[in-house]
Design a binder for this molecule. Structure first.
Ligand SMILES: Cc1cc2nc3c(=O)[nH]c(=O)nc-3n(C[C@H](O)[C@H](O)[C@H](O)COP(=O)(O)OP(=O)(O)OC[C@H]3O[C@@H](n4cnc5c(N)ncnc54)[C@H](O)[C@@H]3O)c2cc1C
Length: 487
């Protein structure tokens, strides 16, 4: 059973009463009825410990992996279908699923249960907006089928919480709440605590846009923010990721820039990775023409020419490296460079854990503020870490104002100081109209649970408990995930 006892968060102490791996949806009600407590899991890529069992029966959805239907504008899948499989099947049908998280091994049920988000959430929203219908098995073993627009939460006898959710594009912070809310929204983001999601119908888009990427080194954060503010206005820009100077040092130390054949000019303070969605069928030759056109005085007629013009205007085009349509290898290299950042940080945390203190753990936040407050929030992250003497790196989804500030711990005290800083950041993010829990959820992580309490207060958590009691009076499903049973 070992492989089921931890998730990507490496939350300690995982243990289980048993493991159930149903091969058919019809087996689930009986499994739920029989278990004293149950934790449903997907790919266990959770970064919160939410997919780590603490004595429950584990219900793995790995064999519930059938694509049930692909139709015009939708795909219906069983909960255990990985996002990558869904994307491949859709691509063959000329369609795609825009809010895919970076880790495409995550399962359909998992991304709904955490209301996951991806880089392109900036343009297309988070998973919630793409869930049209779902089926679930409730704690008493009964099945429920919900289609957006057809039932209200109160029809299920659920007391809708009165707290007001932050008004930002990514919120994965406990139960959704809004006056007269749709019943389907209860289950999206409920992290396995309200029901076992068995099938999901997602909206899809077609045709598939042609993608291009631009790696843009900038001299400073303020230069980068001025550029990002303009890029955000361009409809061809689907996402902008960023890496701060410390991230760039890490990829250089690890040789990831050389492997990706990327030149980071001296004096770069921050680098952007801009994802573009170009008209379907744009060829490499047309893309070259657009770049040429952006240099001429005749005006920019194509989306790519428009974006390149902007890069010229900000004086960064000469250092920009592009992956144009028809060059998937270059795109992979640029993405690999971005992915080398979390990988490099996680390796350093792991090494410190082995060499310095086994209590050392990943100490990171996942916070979002409205883009207009982003520069202010970056100052807060930096001041909070620096004043505590911490080494840190910050990267993430700059187009959303959503970043992952990470401590590079050199001692267990650094971890403690980092947690303290993160609590402060959470309060500041909320003050600026943002959310301290943007895309990964809350899970079992004590700091994340504290951030949720800071966001909604004890009264808000009590209202979440009332929702849970209404649907799961015996507290059978994922006990201890999102909030503890008792205050
Ligand atoms: C390298 C890496 C990159 C990542 N990038 C992103 C990213 O870009 N955006 C993002 O949002 N997240 C990201 N994550 C986090 C993670 O991938 C997401 O939280 C994902 O949605 C979890 O899916 P999963 O199938 O692995 O679910 P699991 O980790 O197995 O479970 C997560 C939670 O969902 C519940 N759950 C799972 N399946 C069901 C079901 N069928 N019914 C009810 N509840 C269920 C579990 O009980 C648990 O509480 C990343 C993780 C890694 C390791």
């Amino acid at each position: 059973m070992d492989k089921y006892l931890s998730d990507a968060a490496h939350f300690p102490g995982g243990h289980a009463a048993g493991i159930a791996i149903p091969r058919a949806l019809g087996e689930i009600p009986e499994i739920v009825r029989r278990a004293a407590s149950l934790l449903v899991i997907g790919a266990q890529s959770s970064l919160t410990g939410g997919a780590t069992p603490m004595g429950e029966v584990v219900l793995s959805t790995e064999k519930l992996n059938r694509i049930l239907e692909i139709g015009a504008g939708f795909i219906c899948v069983e909960a255990g279908v990985p996002v990558a499989v869904m994307q491949d099947a859709l691509a063959a049908a000329g369609a795609w699923f825009p809010p895919a998280p970076t880790f495409t091994g995550a399962f359909a049920g998992g991304i709904v249960a955490t209301n996951a988000a991806g880089a392109a959430t900036f343009r297309h929203g988070a998973v919630r907006a793409w869930v049209q219908a779902l089926t679930a098995v409730l704690a008493d073993g009964s099945a429920i089928a919900l289609r957006r627009g057809e039932a209200r939460a109160r029809d299920l006898g659920v007391p809708v919480p009165s707290y007001v959710m932050p008004d930002v594009v990514k919120v994965s912070a406990g139960y959704y709440a809004a006056p007269d809310m749709d019943a389907i929204d209860l289950f999206i983001g409920s992290e396995g605590t309200l029901g076992v999601i068995t099938t999901v119908t997602f909206r899809t888009l077609s045709p598939v846009p042609t993608r291009a990427l631009a790696f843009v080194p900038c001299r400073s954060e303020s230069d980068a923010l001025a550029l990002v503010a303009e890029l955000r206005q361009d409809p061809a820009v689907a996402a902008i990721e960023h890496m701060d100077r410390r991230c760039l040092e890490i990829v250089a130390e690890d040789g990831a820039d050389r492997r990706s054949e990327v030149r980071v000019p001296e004096g770069t303070g921050l680098a952007l990775l801009v994802q573009l969605e170009l008209p379907p069928g744009t060829t490499e030759a047309q893309a070259f023409d657009s770049i040429q056109e952006s240099l001429s005085s005749t005006g920019a007629r194509t989306p790519l020419a428009r974006v390149c013009r902007l890069l010229h205007a900000h004086g960064v085009m000469d250092d920009t490296e592009m992956a144009l349509p028809g060059n998937p290898r270059r795109a992979e290299q640029l993405i690999a460079l971005r992915e080398a950042v979390p990988a490099g940080v996680n390796q350093r945390v792991g090494r410190a854990q082995q060499a310095i203190d086994p209590r050392i753990a990943k100490t990171a936040a996942d916070m979002i503020v409205p883009f207009e407050r982003f520069a202010e929030m970056m100052e807060i992250y930096r001041a909070g870490f620096s004043s505590r003497g911490l080494d840190y790196a910050i990267w993430g989804h700059i187009s959303d104002g959503n970043v992952h500030p990470n401590v590079l711990p050199r001692s267990y005290e650094d971890v403690e100081r980092g947690k303290d800083a993160i609590r402060d950041f959470g309060r500041e993010a909320a003050r600026l109209g943002g959310c301290p829990l943007a895309e990964h959820g809350v899970g079992r992580n004590p700091v994340k649970q504290a951030l949720l309490r800071d966001l909604y207060g004890d009264e808000g958590i009590e209202q979440m408990r009332a929702v849970k009691r209404a649907l799961d009076p015996e507290w059978k499903l994922a006990p201890g995930v999102i909030f503890p049973k008792t205050p």
